[in-house]
Design a binder for this molecule. Structure first.
Ligand code: ASP
Length: 330
């Protein structure tokens, strides 16, 4: 509408490929500031009234859950000041974890949209500017409120709870199994086709250090020696990415059972899609055996997301019953 102020959107940049340029050594490094990133995108100023903040400037493997609790608190303050939405730019390597963490930490209806790039700004076909513009349009859109944290790349809108990075270089790397993207952008306009049915809110104060949680993938012939070290190394919990529907070699069961008596042991599947089973197989090392021994089924969460959920629950000092109730998913 003519004369209406454009919605205010805060853009927090955290580095990654989208902000990476050449330096004196090999490859590219995240160097662009928030202002540099935002000013390089044609059309952004018309899409929203942008406040650009350089929040971190790192490759995304450097990010921690603590960065995200601080970011979530910062975003909450912006929303309290009347911002319509927030965009977070970062490396794509960890988006499936950071976006899921923000989804759990934040309870706001205003859209929080995470984006990045697969091709850095020095390459032909760099996707960062288009992704940033799309993310801002989603963050500014009233239709995208109340959906939790969203991941927008390649003109697709994904719910953080489902999305995964599935390819090392393809710009269409982000996929949401089994639901698919919940929406898309066409000619710059966001369209939402599906709405996730409920939200999960796990607030954690920004001055708390989440405890260490081990993530172990079980491979063929695994002799379990790593598993045997988990407790001695001081892990507060473990997520086991088991085979198929939630299976391990039978000789791992005593170690898992003994761990489960002391710390939360969450059972996920290494397949990356589908729910962990509960009652289908009855062999030693099967899901029924492990659940009987106290393992907590991760539902449809993969190991990476189950680990984020468990870290946040333990950061809140959740009791065992509360932890068990927070899984399975969704
Ligand atoms: N390849 C990564 C990216 O897409 C690097 C990172 O995650 O920082 O941004």
């Amino acid at each position: 509408m003519a004369g209406t102020n454009p919605p205010r959107v805060a853009v927090f940049t955290m580095g990654g490929t989208i902000a990476s340029v050449s330096h004196s050594g090999p490859g590219v490094r995240p160097r662009l500031s928030a202002d540099e990133l935002v000013s390089a995108v044609p059309g952004l100023a018309e899409a929203a009234d942008i406040d650009a903040v350089s929040f971190r400037q790192v490759a995304s493997p450097e990010l921690t859950l603590r960065d995200l609790t601080v970011l979530a608190a910062t975003i909450e303050r912006r929303f309290a000041d009347g911002y319509a939405g927030a965009v977070v730019t970062q490396g794509t390597d960890t988006i499936e974890e950071t976006a899921f963490a923000l989804d759990l930490l934040l309870d706001a209806d205003a859209p929080v949209v995470v984006t990045g790039a697969m091709r850095n700004p020095t390459l032909p076909g760099a996707d960062g500017p288009a992704n940033l513009l799309a993310a801002v349009r989603v963050a500014a859109s009233g239709d995208c409120r109340g959906l939790g944290c969203l991941v927008v790349l390649n003109d697709e809108i994904h719910a953080a709870r489902f999305v995964r990075k599935t390819h090392t270089t393809n710009p269409a790397t982000f996929r949401s199994e089994p639901a698919g993207p919940i929406g898309w952008l066409a000619e710059g306009t966001p369209h939402i086709a599906l709405r996730p049915i409920r939200r999960h809110h796990i607030p954690v104060a920004d001055d708390v250090d989440p405890p260490p949680i081990a993530l172990l993938t079980v491979g063929l012939g695994d002799d379990g020696r790593l598993l045997g070290e988990v407790e001695r190394l001081g892990y507060a919990g473990v997520v086991v990415e088991a085979m198929g529907g939630g299976h391990v070699p039978a000789h791992l069961v005593p170690a898992l059972a003994s761990l489960a008596r002391r710390v939360p042991v969450v059972l996920a599947s290494r397949t990356g899609a589908g729910e962990v089973l509960r009652e289908t197989y009855g062999f030693p090392g099967s899901e029924t055996d492990l659940l009987e021994q106290g393992a907590i089924p991760a539902g449809a969460l993969d190991g990476l997301k189950a680990r984020i959920l468990l870290m946040l629950l333990l950061a809140r000092k959740e009791e065992p019953d509360g932890i068990r109730a927070a899984f399975p998913w969704p």
